[in-house]
Design a protein around this ligand. Structure first.
Ligand SMILES: [Zn+2]
Length: 243
């Protein structure tokens, strides 16, 4: 298995690791530890490089399976047993962290206003979309939701990561609306992302330390997807960035 540094230390952008498996057919290597996020929960996988001595390898894709986290390389692979230094494309990853935290913030805003759970979503660096069932939506909601979205971000809520036993997560009312019951039955520990005071969700992704780092957002679209479903798209604008 791979030690997932990103799961507890989202701001680590490099690591030293050992190659524990090489898959020549598919062009990928398994590492014993990594800062590379393999994708999931709407957040795309990371990009970056591995270096072994003078050799440099471009990581073009990251995936996970029962063995751990696989780093897909464009070109020749490092050797099994080699020590490598991994380095993220940090600008892209940090933008994804800000985008992901913005997604959860919008979930909190929509929940507070409509009591509507999220039904789907996706993101690219700097842009997000979320689907909700909001039959009562009216045109005035768009500017008001956008204003509330920015107001909540500016509150600079801290974001905490914790790990709950599955049984406790299944019984936590604040997690039920994010469908913790839909997680695989095999999952014995549930990772929880808590935007303290606003939104709490089972989640595997990487987030900034506080909502102030997201900066400001603009809702670009709030389109009907039929039968009361609403797809809200937003972009990140100004950055209150550090990182
Ligand atoms: Zn998430």
């Amino acid at each position: 298995m791979t030690e997932r540094i990103y799961a507890t230390q989202a701001y680590e952008r490099s690591m030293t690791a050992n190659v524990i498996e090489v898959d020549d057919d598919q062009g990928k290597v398994l590492l014993d530890r990594t800062v590379f996020y393999p994708g999931g929960g709407g957040q795309p996988h990371d990009l970056g490089t591995l270096e072994a001595g003078e050799k440099r390898f471009d990581v073009v894709r990251v995936t996970q399976d029962a063995d751990g986290v696989w780093h897909w390389i464009d070109g020749p692979l490092p050797d099994r047993g080699a020590e490598v230094v991994g380095e993220l494309d940090w600008d892209r990853r940090y933008l994804l962290m800000r985008t992901h935290t913005a997604m959860h913030t919008l979930c909190g805003v929509i929940w507070e206003r409509f009591r509507s759970p999220v039904t789907g979503g996706n993101m690219t660096p700097g842009e997000g979309r979320l689907d909700f069932e909001i039959p009562q939506w009216t045109p005035e909601d768009r500017p008001e939701v956008e204003a509330e979205f920015n107001r909540q971000l500016s509150m600079d809520y801290p974001i905490e990561v914790s790990f709950l036993d599955r049984a406790d997560a299944d019984m936590d009312p604040s997690l039920i609306r994010t469908k913790v019951s839909l997680l695989p039955a095999s999952l014995s520990v549930v990772r929880v992302i808590d935007i303290v005071g606003l939104d709490r969700q089972a989640d595997g992704g990487t987030h900034v330390a506080s909502t102030g780092e997201v900066g400001t957002v603009r809702i670009t679209k709030a389109e009907s997807k039929g039968k009361g479903f609403r797809r809200i798209r937003f972009v990140l604008e100004g950055a209150a960035a550090r990182g």
